[in-house]
Design a protein around this ligand. Structure first.
Ligand code: SF4
Length: 714
């Protein structure tokens, strides 16, 4: 028997509309939904990969597992597993206090709209601030910059509405990030209407080939580039003076701080020619409305907090924020928002809030820095973490320096992974609890709600299309069961993407005598919105919602300004300028994304195995010639912190002096792949102790200085 069902992809923010065919209870094909009013028939290869996982790809786990010994797993009845986990958590809290428990949420958790608020609710009831996530590994420089500089409550403009767009460290044609919903089509459309696009990337990427200008930046030189561009804008008086007068402060301190970043100096460090630097600054500052979008490349590179601050400074100088009167056509359906030009003052919560116990820093955007997680486990003291629950993530792969993270995880009294796969982290866990997969669960497309690049108020509710295996455990039931066993009462709140429990409006207390039904949780989300839940449920392809647009309101000038150049930024700019050049003959590693995988997910799918049986070390052909290397040669790539084996592949689009490899690839445990034949894990080149960012403990994962040598292995 065959049937088709509308739903949406749960892999990333875009929530692309899909049509899934089910035959005899199995999801057999997934196609884009051409009637979907937002994504309009677009989707990417990862939507197909997700279906493979449903059919057992990537080694699906279908029953609760308990580890005894090194790699000895016992199947456990679900209730018994959850009882044991709840009892052990309770005992740990009673003995060591609330801060002994932590939750890490990975990419899989973020897109689970109904369950993830309960992870935050559980920590709240325990009284622990220890919420960590994958966002603090590749996004937190963004938050640091916002909280150090301040920002406008109006938000940034939709990229479709600007005249000049700069994309930095992002390759959306591969990652499918911004511009959303068919990036190639959007970039071509915007180009036809006159938008000028600049791409900053060490590679002449697929996206760069569609741009008006490509700046082939040497990996890790983002700070120098942006300081140089800021200097050019100020020197030529190209800044938006009205915007800066009203919303930005400390321009003179900024002017002084970037003064040493002359054209010659910036060219020498970044390898971008002076004419391209001036052209980029002119296009971005002088074309009309502008917007700078940063990807994970800049957030994972050296001095990422400073680089993000300087990128945001360039954006602010050129007025890259919505102004009074600008129209916001999608203010959101689920969470009401208002838009004004109020300047939200710098807040620096890491200086005054709850502190890490292993490092002089604290909460950023309500999260503890994931880069500090291993030390929060290993460092003795009363606030040491002893129990970790991992929701939809693989922190061992996300963090780098795997020996240290493995050592930390082995020190835990309790490690629980809610994961459908035996990931690197699952293998170290005491318990693995298998959740349903996306097409087996209820969900709302909450991540798309009111987000800047989606112009239509739209809501979609997904019901299960296929039945999950009998022993999988819905994540909402997991948190409910464990909390009940600990004697805690949970409250369910509407918490948006990156939202905080304490800031969310009061919710409703869960009935702790019977598990919450996901449909009831979805009803709660939709309550007090213009949407009738039953109508939404009867419309599996989603509903366009009649939410009035808003013009950005003008607020009275209260004197608050975005701080473009606080003292610590000026000081760090001087430090960067004084840095010594790399050792002769060294390279810089630039990590890249591949179309077939999503961080560490989908590595074992057919498409990934076929196209990337190894993790190639891409090199410029001229560098290969100089090194006497042929495609397929094995090389050792070494940083100050570690080394890995790579297989050379030619890439004519890569600048010289760069090695480019995919991240989150290969085995973190060398015992499982001593010759690194299943791929090379670039996290081996990373240190969680040196070269980490001061505020958010972000480890450097790209732009790392490396040397290469021929490997003895063929
Ligand atoms: S862009 Fe790709 S991964 Fe993201 S939601 Fe769409 S289909 Fe899924």
């Amino acid at each position: 028997m065959q049937s088709t069902h509308k739903s949406f992809c749960r892999n990333c923010t875009h929530s692309c509309g899909v049509v899934v065919t089910v035959e005899n209870g199995r999801a057999t094909t997934v196609k884009p939904d051409h009637d979907h009013p937002v994504t309009e028939g677009y989707f990417c290869i990862k939507a197909r990969a997700s279906l493979e996982l449903h059919e057992g790809g990537d080694g699906r786990v279908t029953e609760c597992l308990k580890r005894s010994g090194h790699d000895d797993w016992t199947r456990l009845d679900t209730s018994q597993a959850l009882d044991e986990i709840g009892d052990r958590l309770k005992a740990i809290v009673e003995k060591h206090g609330p801060r002994s428990v932590a939750v890490y949420m990975g990419t899989g958790g973020f897109y689970n709209s109904l369950a993830h608020p309960l992870a935050k609710a559980l920590l709240h009831e325990i009284g622990s601030p220890n919420f960590f996530s994958s966002a603090s590994v590749d996004q937190s420089a963004r938050w640091v910059s916002m909280m150090r500089m301040g920002f406008l409550a109006s938000g940034k403009p939709n990229p479709a509405d600007v005249d000049a767009l700069m994309l930095v460290g992002a390759n959306p044609l591969i990652s499918h990030w911004l511009p959303a919903f068919n990036p190639a089509k959007r970039l071509r459309e915007w180009s036809r209407k006159g938008t000028r696009t600049i791409v900053v990337d060490p590679r002449y990427t697929e996206t760069a080939k569609l741009a008006d200008l490509h700046l082939p930046l040497r990996p890790g030189e983002d700070v120098t580039l942006f300081a140089g561009l800021v200097r050019i804008v100020l020197e030529n008086g190209w800044q938006d003076r009205d915007f800066c007068d009203r919303y930005a402060g400390r321009l003179e301190q900024l002017r002084t701080a970037v003064e040493p970043y002359t054209l010659d100096y910036v060219h020498r460090r970044t390898q971008v020619t002076p004419d391209k630097l001036v052209e980029a600054a002119r296009i971005f500052a002088c074309s009309g409305k502008s917007l700078l979008i940063t990807g994970t490349g800049i957030a994972m590179a050296p001095r990422s907090n400073l680089a993000m601050h300087m990128a945001d400074t360039l954006n602010a100088l050129c007025g890259g924020w919505r102004r009074p009167g600008d129209w916001v056509s999608n203010p959101g359906v689920l969470l009401s928002r208002t838009f004004s030009d109020t300047v939200i003052a710098p807040s620096r919560p890491w200086e005054s809030g709850i502190q890490c116990h292993s490092a002089p820093t604290g909460l950023v955007q309500g999260e503890m820095p994931t880069g500090a997680l291993p030390d929060e486990i290993l460092t003795p003291g009363e606030n040491r973490i002893r129990a970790l629950v991992v929701l939809g993530g693989n922190p061992l792969k996300a963090l780098g320096q795997p020996e240290k993270t493995m050592r930390a995880f082995r020190e835990l009294d309790l490690l629980v992974s809610l994961d459908p796969r035996m990931s690197d982290t699952s293998r170290l866990s005491h318990y693995v609890v298998p959740p349903p997969l996306p097409y087996e669960r209820h969900d709302l497309n909450y991540v798309l709600d009111g987000i800047g690049w989606s112009t239509k108020p739209f809501l979609q509710y997904a019901e299960p299309i296929t039945a999950p295996p009998p022993h999988v455990v819905d994540e909402s039931r997991f948190f409910w069961h464990v909390a009940g066993r600990m004697g805690l009462q949970l409250e369910y709140r509407k918490i948006g993407l990156l939202g905080l429990y304490r800031d969310a409006a009061p919710g409703f207390p869960l009935d702790m005598t019977s598990p919450p039904h996901p449909e009831d949780l979805a009803r709660w989300w939709v309550r007090d919105t213009p949407v009738d839940f039953d109508e939404l449920r009867a419309s599996p392809g989603g509903l366009l919602v009649d939410v009035p647009g808003q013009a950005v309101a003008a607020s009275p000038d209260d004197g608050v300004r975005m701080d473009l150049c606080p003292d610590d930024i000026a000081c760090e700019l001087a430090q960067v300028h004084a840095e010594q050049p790399d050792t002769k003959g060294s390279y810089r590693l630039a990590t890249r994304r591949i179309r077939e995988t999503l961080n560490s997910m989908y590595r074992s799918t057919q498409a990934a195995e076929r196209n990337f049986p190894v993790n190639p070390a891409f090199m410029n052909p001229d560098d290969m010639k100089d090194e006497g290397l042929q495609p397929g040669d094995r090389i050792v790539i070494a940083s100050r912190h570690g080394s890995l084996q790579g297989t050379v592949r030619e890439d004519r689009d890569l600048g010289r002096g760069t090695i480019s490899m995919a991240q989150c690839f290969g085995e973190s445990d060398l015992e499982r792949d001593p010759d690194q034949r299943t791929g090379s894990f670039t996290g081996r080149l990373v240190s969680l102790e040196e070269d980490v960012e001061a505020i958010n403990h972000m480890p450097v994962q790209t732009g790392i200085v490396v040397t290469i040598s021929k490997s003895g292995l063929s």
